[in-house]
Write a protein that binds this ligand. Structure first.
Ligand SMILES: [Zn+2]
Ligand SMILES: [Zn+2]
Length: 233
């Protein structure tokens, strides 16, 4: 019996299975634990982190994000000084990378390494280490089978959260290509393709469907066939 991939794209299937009612949903199977798409995505999102961190530092030093205008005083949810938000997100991501690396070194019986002071070097070294051990981690890390969600310790899920947080912070989400047709699964207009991304992803967090360009094209053809004969209002 193959294992269903713990990725969020299988959420609907897991829910249907848990409900115990007959359904005709098919999960994406793991290869062997994570599906090929989630594995590829984890590698890509990990590799993007050094560049994203550099972009966060640039924003902190150049203040390209600016401060919110028209606000009086400061709210607890807003950073108290320019650069504090970049500090927090940098610490969050680099702290996470170091922790995951130390975790894997411990699990695999590898010696620890001394962590330097220069954040850029620390982050790049961690990413290099994690890239080399990612296939192992996606199969054998104790949390590798955990369903992906914001709080999961699943390495693939953690990398995705770091990448997403950094992408949001640097406002690179704006470079997402919005595919304005309903998602074939959840039917929301939440299909996006990021710059250089191999897959079109549904950003509805309870769906998370991943489509290849070919599958997306087939989906649009099916939609077009369904709409033919209808006159646009
Ligand atoms: Zn998957
Ligand atoms: Zn969807």
């Amino acid at each position: 019996m193959p294992t269903a991939c713990p990725g969020s794209h299988n959420t609907a299937w897991r829910q249907a299975e848990a409900d115990g009612q007959p359904h005709n949903l098919q999960p994406a199977w793991g290869n062997p634990l994570h599906c090929t798409r989630c594995t590829e995505r984890a590698h890509r999102e990990l590799a993007q982190l050094p560049e994203l961190l550099a972009a966060i530092w640039l924003e902190a030093t150049n203040g390209t994000r600016g401060l919110p205008t028209g606000t009086i005083g400061r709210s607890p949810t807003h950073p108290a000084w320019p650069g504090q938000a970049s500090r927090l997100i940098t610490d969050h991501i680099i702290g996470g990378l170091i922790e995951l690396e130390a975790d894997i070194r411990g699990l695999r019986g590898l010696t620890g390494r001394s962590i330097g002071r220069r954040e850029g070097v620390v982050a790049t070294q961690s990413v290099t280490f994690l890239a080399a051990h990612l296939d192992w981690a996606l199969e054998y890390h104790p949390a590798a089978g955990e369903t992906h969600d914001r709080l999961s310790a699943n390495p693939a899920s953690q990398i995705h959260q770091w990448n997403r947080a950094a992408t949001r912070f640097t406002a690179r989400d704006e470079r997402l290509d919005h595919h304005r047709v309903p998602c074939p699964r959840c039917e929301l207009l939440t299909l996006f393709r990021a710059d250089g991304d191999d897959y079109i992803e549904c950003r509805n967090t309870t769906c998370g469907l991943l489509l290849t360009p070919g599958e997306y094209f087939e989906h649009t053809k099916t939609l077009a066939a369904g709409h033919s004969g209808q006159v646009a209002a």
